[in-house]
Design a protein around this ligand. Structure first.
Ligand SMILES: CC(C)[C@H](C(=O)O)[C@@H](O)C(=O)O
Ligand code: SF4
Length: 465
């Protein structure tokens, strides 16, 4: 019987398999950031071990870095210690690091692809749940815990129990104005935040094939929000065109050979998935969340749901609690929801295409009075490219703030935070209680919706302007 894409990549990395034991997988790329690595390096130190493959390990500073005044020391002592510890660890163990202010610095899931380090058919891990982003290249990429980070640092391998496979097929073409972010929010609303649990999702179908690499990364990024172990998309011409010429991509004869292998990385026609979901792209519209998990979303044209209409008692209770936290009343049209802040950025939507979409909407327009808008590039390279294209000018002229690269307001681990009760439209991936700051209220949106919302001050799509 044929194999799925996920099975092909998985099988190619098993270095030891024994009855009743987890498989031992070889890891091709290990990404490291300041939050989940300190104990792992301490563990190595205590055991007197080295990093086995520093050449396959790369670190960046992203979660704790401020996005203004990079030349000043980090004011928050916890953040400063995290960043300083990463610097010491990388220097002690010979790991490449892109520190704050460096040209190559940025969010861990933005810099890997950008450097051409993330390639089809690889296994990629990081102590970070959104490692699923890299699956957009046909890599098997997933988040690991700190003790696993230590294992990979020491051995370049990882014990794994093989996940099941799931196909999410999106048939047809995405309608005008519907983006990758709308698509993934709609998928999660359909299958639920546990819908992918224990599975590697493969996204397939015409709508997926037509996405750019940036769009594919947005989709795979949020696989974890559907509970999946990873998300993958089979590599194709779009993938190869993105990778060709990047600093770490193969070159010359190696490139041709790589492309030949990468082309074989697709699910065989006679392969079977453990679970399958089919979605019709034609029915999709811009999508926003109203609640406190990424599955609590609806088309922008709808209204805040009434928990009383939900049959499942657990879901009803969740919805009641979410509305209370979010300060929303059932029946309110989503388009009537006023926001205080708009955040564009994160590993979900902090890439160049996202910034182009935002600038496209903001051009010749102003951010509404009383609304603050932060636009935070996912990496210093994205920032530079955006500036070369003049996007920063358009963004600043609209009244939005143009920042340095980092995780920023995606999570409250740096100075960019919501205050209690403050409401945001955010292009990030999590709307949990307090995610963007204690008491902060988050609506997950696409970059285009974020920009339109900034202009009107209420949840809106560009077509509303
Ligand atoms: C800090 C890190 C461990 C965390 C993650 O694993 O995802 C963060 O990146 C997040 O998005 O919540
Ligand atoms: S941008 Fe957000 S989701 Fe991505 S790694 Fe940083 S904190 Fe996690």
């Amino acid at each position: 019987m044929g194999r799925t894409l996920a099975e092909k990549v998985y099988d190619a990395h098993v270095v030891r398999r024994a009855e009743g034991e987890p498989d031992l997988l070889y890891i091709d790329l290990h990404l490291v950031h300041e939050v989940t690595s300190p104990q792992a390096f301490d563990g190595l130190r205590m055991a007197g071990r080295q990093v086995r493959r520093p050449d396959l390990t790369i670190a960046t500073e992203d979660h704790n870095v401020p996005t203004t005044d990079l030349l000043k020391p980090i004011a928050d002592p916890v953040s400063r210690t995290q960043v300083e510890t990463l610097r010491k660890n990388c220097s002690d163990f010979g790991v490449r690091l892109h520190p704050m202010g460096d040209d190559g610095q940025g969010i861990v899931h933005v810099i890997g692809p950008q450097l051409g380090l993330t390639q089809p058919g690889m296994t990629v891990v990081c102590g970070d749940s959104h490692t699923s982003t890299h699956g957009a290249f046909g890599a098997l990429a997933f988040g690991i815990g700190t003790s696993e980070v230590e294992h990979v640092l020491a051995t370049q391998t990882l014990p794994q129990i093989q996940p099941k496979t799931m196909a999410v097929t999106v048939d047809g073409a995405l309608p005008e104005g519907v983006t990758a972010k709308d698509l993934i929010l709609a998928i999660i609303a359909k299958i639920g935040t546990g819908g992918g649990q224990g599975h590697i999702i493969e996204y397939r179908g015409e709508a997926i094939r037509s996405l750019s690499m940036e769009g594919r990364m947005t989709v795979c990024n949020m696989s974890i929000e559907a509970g999946a172990r990873a998300g993958m998309i089979a590599p194709d011409e779009t993938t190869f065109a993105y990778l060709e010429g990047r600093p770490n991509a193969p070159q010359g004869a190696d490139w041709d050979q790589a492309v030949e292998y990468w082309t074989s990385l697709r699910t065989d026609d006679d392969a079977a998935f453990d679970k399958e979901v089919v979605i019709d792209a034609a029915g999709l519209t811009p999508f926003v969340t109203w609640g406190t998990n990424p599955g609590q979303g609806l088309p922008l044209g709808e209204s805040v749901p009434d928990p009383a209409s939900i049959d499942d008692p657990a879901k009803r209770q969740n919805a009641e609690r979410a509305l209370e936290y979010m300060g929303l009343t059932a029946g309110t049209p989503l388009r009537d929801i006023k926001v205080d802040t708009v955040f564009v950025g994160s590993c979900t939507n902090g890439r160049i295409e996202d910034l182009r979409a935002v600038a496209g909407v903001l051009e010749g327009r102003r951010v509404a009075d009383g609304v603050r808008m932060l636009v935070v590039p996912g990496s210093m390279k994205v920032k530079k490219q955006a500036e070369e294209e003049g996007l920063d000018q358009v963004i600043s002229a609209s009244g939005a703030e143009w920042r340095e690269a980092g995780c920023s307001m995606c999570l409250a681990m740096n100075p960019d935070k919501l205050t209690p009760g403050e409401r945001s439209a955010s292009t990030s991936n999590r709307n949990f209680e307090g995610r963007q700051g204690p008491g902060g209220r988050t609506h997950l949106v696409s970059p285009a919706v974020a920009a339109a919302t900034a202009v009107t001050g209420r949840l809106a799509a560009p077509a509303d302007l």
